[in-house]
Structure formats: C-alpha cells, structure tokens
Design a protein around this ligand. Sequence first.
Ligand SMILES: [Zn+2]
Length: 93
Amino acid sequence: MSDVFISRDKVIDAIEREFGDEARPECISAKEAVYSVELADVAPVVHGHWVNRYYHPMYVCGCGNCSICGIVSPATNYCSNCGAKMDESEDKE
Ligand SMILES: [Zn+2]
C-alpha cells in the first residue's frame, strides 16, 4: 500500500475552512480525529541545484543549498551533505 504525507496544520486549516466555525462540534470532532493519528517519521524534501559545476571527469560542484563543494558522479541527483534533491534549475541563483 502506498502512502502519502501531508501537513497536519494544513489539514486542520482545511477542516476549519470547510466548517467555517471552529467552535462547531463537528469541526472539533474532525480536528480531534486528525490529532489522534500517529505522526509519521518523515522530513520535508529540500530542493536544490548544483552551482559552479564542471566536469573533470566526475562533476566538481557545490550545493546551492548548503554551499558544500564536492566531487559527485554525473548520475548523482542529491547533495551528500544536506540531502537536498537537485531538481531545481541550475540558473536559479
Ligand atoms: Zn547540500
């Protein structure tokens, strides 16, 4: 079974928006149900991009998120220091 993770605060906001009055018993019950769910052990995905990247024969580049430089395989799509997923455009500075 596949699972997805969403922000509890955003779910609470959506419930309050849906009911319009956070004092309504149905709204309180819905929020209590959300708060009763066990929290997942997840961390937000950090997105980044390589900076100053050049090929030699491995890529030498820095992380746009944590600024740590290193030698990485051309196939590497994440920073080994901070874990940023390198899916942002490189011209984004
Ligand atoms: Zn990094």
